[in-house]
Design a protein around this ligand. Sequence first.
Ligand SMILES: Nc1ncnc2c1ncn2[C@@H]1O[C@H](COP(=O)(O)OP(=O)(O)OP(=O)(O)O)[C@@H](O)[C@H]1O
Ligand SMILES: [Mg+2]
Length: 505
Amino acid sequence: MNAEPPLVEVKGISKRFPGVRALDDVSLSVGHAEVLALIGENGAGKSTLLKILAGVQPPDDGEMLVAGRPVRFRGVEDALQAGIALIHQELNLADNLDVAGNIFLGREPRRFGLLDLATMGREAAEWLGLVGLDLDPATPLSQLPIGRQQLVEIAKALSTRARLLIMDEPTSSLSARETETLFRVVKELRSRGVSVIWISHRLGEVKELADRVLVLRDGKNAGEISTRAEIEHDRMIRMMVGRDIDRLARRPSHRPGDVVLSARDLRTPAHPGHPISLEVRAGEIIGIAGLVGAGRTELLTTLFGITPAVGGSMAVAGRAVTPRTPIEAISAGLALVPEDRKQQGLVLEMAVRENMSLVALWPESRAGFVDFARERRLAAEMIPALAIKTPGDRQAVQFLSGGNQQKVVLAKWLAMKPKVLLLDEPTRGIDVGAKAEIYDLVHRLAGEGLAVVFVSSEMEEILSLADRALVMHEGRLAGGLSRGDLTEENVMRLAAGGSAERMSA
Ligand SMILES: Nc1ncnc2c1ncn2[C@@H]1O[C@H](COP(=O)(O)OP(=O)(O)OP(=O)(O)O)[C@@H](O)[C@H]1O
Ligand SMILES: [Mg+2]
């Protein structure tokens, strides 16, 4: 018999917020050298549970044991002392510091009372090496793209030499290659005896990494899968959602109308040597596929005037306009839901309904007076349409779960009733059930004549949502695939710089 107690155990944890019962009598245990996946729908309570484990916030009720001993964390420091480190869902780094400064924030090595910058740089480089980042530790953090910032955050957690690392959706802003590196790191850690709790909405990852899966539903335990062999996609979905979801259902395409967006020889500042031409018709849903760095986001930001074109021209709904600013783009009828929603999409202190009406109603407000009746109607329409979990439309967005915050961003741009909707990784961080709802909504809007262009790194999303795909490779359009040719293989081939195999004549 194995008498060794689990590394960490929590029993009967409850947590309430005003209007929300986030956790209700939840229990969890993590063994030694084990990867435990925690899954559940948006708002199920995953982040809340892990914040309690990491000392970020106290539970209202319940007990916690580390190696069999009861503990009560007064803060993050206590949890770190006990060997538990959390990598937040929202990045938690100091923008004004360099990379090494972030890794050692609050624990800077000192010599003779002074910061020991040499040691700091050397050790930082080692931790960065572990997560596959070949980077000068003196690089200001603000210069790094978000995926690399995430890896810095992981290096920082590793540097605390925790015995339990908690990762809250660590891969949601990583490229495929960065994700692979992180998988390697996690497996390596496990073989060295470290345990990991992994939250992800990507069930493929869970299957690849987890030894065990714990499911939360509406703040309660909803079951567990306790052996690797039983970790299976549809089973996880059933446990999370309580029903089956038809995940690859292709929705019918709509008969495309007139061209509403066209670009001719458009040159993005990122890849000025590769002019891009494209046409999108009303009712069409176009997926832009390609590897990270292929220029997909840059294409969207140029279409939207954030990184204005350095050559070429555009027309929206028959009117020539090549936006130099997002405001010009918006008034031409374009909307963009950006990749990095935290920084570009929301005013966290403001209410759900205010955020939703931010682009649709505020610009026409008079002397700061918004039409509040319209604002309420808008929220009353959008909250159920996107299945947003919130106690009400006046809740500040900062108190919503990560996935629900993203739905508010979507709502905000949909409310504008644009002619063309540009989406960058539209369902990142959104659970499987809500994903299906968002796809349905996008389809319904396309049926009403909206043109949609979306960038996605998820093959399934390209295959199931797009009527047509454009595949980018190193800054150029490598090819287009219509419905008949739209297969995983063809997308991969074009993305890798090859050519597609024609299946339909
Ligand atoms: N500080 C807070 N104040 C009020 N409500 C909160 C607070 N933190 C979390 N909640 C609520 O508690 C519930 C659980 O949220 P939590 O962030 O744990 O969900 P999650 O499972 O991590 O979801 P996601 O997959 O979207 O990240 C949600 O309804 C959320 O709105
Ligand atoms: Mg969360």
